[in-house]
Write a new protein. Structure first.
Length: 155
């Protein structure tokens, strides 16, 4: 009887739980799927004129499309002559209560940070996170340690 009461209390006290499964990516999987792997730093980020959120985002989530131009410091996979890359991504504008939102990335050009990016080319020539737009933080990593400066800063 005690077990039945404890189980009933536990199940009724839990309430609604919102969650979603995330793929667990290894560096090798990211590298294999990416068309371009670079170390780069943000130069400028601009809003895009995109309207509603793409269908892969949860319903009710409001996002703003962004294009970030990054200066390439090193190419690990892809066109080794590439000096700049434009990455298409999103920022969250409004998230409904209780929604388990996306894990987005942001770039601060004034911080002079560098990032390791695993990207795929979009039809319009921009690049997108290889893991998709909803959780790009799974394939775009801010480098925390001191790294060499970008290629010739005077460019």
């Amino acid at each position: 009887m005690r077990i039945a009461i404890a189980l009933t209390l536990l199940l009724t006290a839990a309430g609604d739980v919102d969650g979603r499964l995330l793929d667990s990516w290894t560096y090798q999987q990211l590298f294999d799927k990416a068309g371009l792997v670079v170390i780069a730093g943000a130069a400028v980020t601009r809003d895009t004129p995109e309207g509603a959120a793409p269908s892969q985002f949860p319903r009710g989530l409001k996002v703003m499309g962004l294009s970030t131009t990054l200066r390439v410091g090193g190419v690990l996979k892809g066109d080794h002559n590439l000096r700049e890359v434009v990455v298409h991504h999103y920022r969250v504008v409004d998230i409904p209560p209780g929604l388990n939102g996306p894990i987005v990335v942001s770039f601060d050009p004034s911080a002079r940070s560098q990032y390791l990016l695993f990207l795929t080319r979009e039809p319009d020539g921009r690049y997108a996170p290889v893991t998709g737009q909803v959780d790009p933080a799974q394939c775009i990593f801010k480098l925390e340690s001191e790294v060499p400066p970008f290629i010739d800063e005077a460019d």
